[in-house]
Design a protein around this ligand. Sequence first.
Ligand SMILES: NC(=O)c1ccc[n+]([C@@H]2O[C@H](COP(=O)([O-])OP(=O)(O)OC[C@H]3O[C@@H](n4cnc5c(N)ncnc54)[C@H](OP(=O)(O)O)[C@@H]3O)[C@@H](O)[C@H]2O)c1
Length: 319
Amino acid sequence: MFEGKTILITGGAGSFGQKFVELVLKECDPKSVRVYDNRELAEVEMERKFKDERLRYFIGDVRDRKRLDRAMDGVDIVVHAAALKHVPICEYNPIEAIKTNIDGAINVVDSAINNGVEKVINISTDKAVQPVNLYGATKMVAEKIFVQGNSYTGLNRKTIFSCSRYGNVVGSSGSVVPLFKEQKVKGEITITDENMTRFWITLEDGVRFVMSCIDRMKGGEIFVPKIPSMKIADLAMAIAPEASKKIIGIRPGEKLHEVLLTAEESRHTKELGDCYIVEPEFAFWNDENHKEGKLLAADFIYSSENNTCWLDHNQFKNN
Ligand SMILES: NC(=O)c1ccc[n+]([C@@H]2O[C@H](COP(=O)([O-])OP(=O)(O)OC[C@H]3O[C@@H](n4cnc5c(N)ncnc54)[C@H](OP(=O)(O)O)[C@@H]3O)[C@@H](O)[C@H]2O)c1
C-alpha cells in the first residue's frame, strides 16, 4: 500500500510521527517520506536518528496554507497528526487551538484536494466525542472537516479523506505515564479520581492501526480500534506500587470516563474485525462499502467504563 509512494506526515516530528516514520521506512518501502513539523530542533534530532535518504524534512506550520501547498506537491498519501493536544493549554489559548486544530485541518484538506493526493487520514481522539474541553471540540470539528472533505472533491473523487480515532497513547509526549514515572522518584503519585478510566493503546499499535486504516479506507469513515480500558489508579499501581497516592480531584475539562462511540454514531457504525467503522451519512458514501461488517445495536455505547476488555496493573506491565 505504501510501496513506491510519497507520503507526507504533518506533526511528523512528534511521538506518533516518529514511530510512523520508523515503521513505514522499515516495513513498507515508500519512495519518500516528508516530515512536516514546526519544530526545527526535533527535525534536526530526527535527521541524526534516522539517517535515511528517503526522508525529507520540511519546517512548516499547518496554519500556513502556501507552505502546505508546496510540501504536498507530488504527494500520494497524507497523514495528519499535527495538533495542539494538551487540554489545559488549549483552554488557556483557545484561538491558538482553533488556528492549529481547525484552520490547520481545513488547510490540509484544501491543499490535498488541489494537489490530487490519493488518501488523507486524520488522527483523532476520544476527546473529540461529546467534547467537554476545547481540545476535544477542535478535534471534533477537524473530524467533521475530514469526513465532509469527501464532498468537496467533486465527482472525480481523486482524493479521499478518513479519520482514525482512539484513546490515550501509552507514554506519548506529555501523557500521564511520564508524569507518574517522574512522581515515582519523589515517592508520591497524584491521582485525580480513583474511579477514573481511560482507553489505552501503545504507540506502535496506534501507528499500525492508522496504517491499516489507510489500506482499507474508502473515504468518509471514522475508524475506531477495539482497545482495552484501565483505571488510572491501576496505572499508578503498575508504575509506582510503592509510592503514596494523593487524590487531587478531577480537573476542569476532564471526564471521569471517555467515550469512543456514542449511541447516535452506533446507528451508522459497523463492527469489522479489530475495529468499529463509523460510516458517513452523506451522498458520497456507497452503502456497499465494508459490507462484510456487522451493524451495531442502535443503543451501543463504547465507553472506557462499559468496555468488556480491561487491563489490570500486571497486564499493563507486560505490554
Ligand atoms: N497522544 C495521545 O494520547 C493521543 C491520543 C489520541 C489521538 N492523538 C492525536 O494524535 C496526533 C499526534 O499526537 P502526538 O502524541 O504524536 O503529539 P505530539 O507528540 O505533540 O506531535 C504533534 C507534533 O505536531 C507539531 N505541531 C503542533 N502544532 C503544529 C503546527 N501548527 N504545525 C505543524 N506542526 C505542529 C508538534 O510540535 P509542538 O510539540 O511544538 O507542539 C509535534 O511535533 C494528534 O493529532 C493528537 O491529537 C494523540
